[in-house]
Design a binder for this molecule. Structure first.
Ligand code: DC
Length: 229
């Protein structure tokens, strides 16, 4: 059967990864969470003195880039691939507020983007892939057969992320999470290199009032149409 590339872009906490994972499972495709790759680089920066007095020291991180190796390993029990930094499983460590605070400035660095985009393009060479992020349909795979652009109100997204963080035992206020979500939206969509924007041929899905099952059903239909065309 024909294999395609499915690119899912959109604002933070729009449920991209939840849908992408389920879609990949249903189609028996590989799922790649590119946000996890930018988070892994940020985690490295935080643990290798590339952040000083709350400021990212870009030059230090850029210099260290050749030493950063990001990989994914499929976890059968979880049903998706976890992210590794230089051989260490950091899947859980990258979902903290600290990483979320620094990830947008890290992702705005062209040198970081260049390295990660190259790796992402390599991973999609054989197709049969669902990749989510901010620039997948515009920069990484402009030729992707199916492009989706997910949106939801900032309040809906912040509430989703807030509940997720609480479940993981992280203590913060809803207001802090909302501020992080809106700040990241701003940095991600106004940066010079590959800003977050909807590709011309992407299908926009506002999922503020849609269940995961509703989204999955309609997206699976779209994917099957493309696969069979
Ligand atoms: O999807 P996420 O929230 O885990 O992504 C974390 C950050 O990484 C997000 O604020 C923007 C950045 N990012 C990016 O610039 N390009 C991508 N393809 C994926 C994520």
């Amino acid at each position: 059967m024909k294999k395609i590339i499915i690119a899912i872009d959109g604002y933070s906490s729009t449920g991209k990864s939840t849908i992408a994972k389920k879609l990949a499972q249903a189609l028996n495709y590989i799922y790649v969470d590119t946000g996890a790759m930018y988070r892994a680089v940020t985690y490295y920066a935080l643990h290798h003195n590339c952040v000083f007095e709350g400021e990212l020291i870009s030059s230090k991180l850029i210099e260290a880039l050749p030493k950063i190796n990001i990989s994914f390993k499929y976890n059968d029990a979880l049903g998706f691939a976890e992210v590794y930094l230089n051989g260490e499983n950091i899947e859980k460590d990258i979902r903290t507020m600290e990483v979320s605070q620094y990830v947008s400035p890290v992702a705005a660095l062209s040198e970081v983007r260049q390295k990660l985009v190259q790796q992402q393009q390599q991973m999609g060479k054989e197709k049969g892939i669902v990749m989510d992020g901010r620039d997948i349909g515009t920069v990484v795979f402009p030729e992707a057969e199916l492009k989706l652009f997910m949106t939801a109100s900032a309040e809906t997204r912040a509430m989703r992320r807030y509940k997720e963080l609480l479940e993981r035992g992280q203590q913060l206020s809803y207001e802090e999470v909302l501020k992080n979500v809106t700040t990241r939206d701003y940095i991600d969509s106004t940066r010079k290199d590959s800003p977050l924007k909807k590709a011309k041929d992407a299908i926009e899905i506002d999922n503020s009032n849609l269940t995961i099952e509703e989204q999955l059903t309609s997206i699976l239909n779209l994917a099957k149409e493309k696969i069979n065309s």
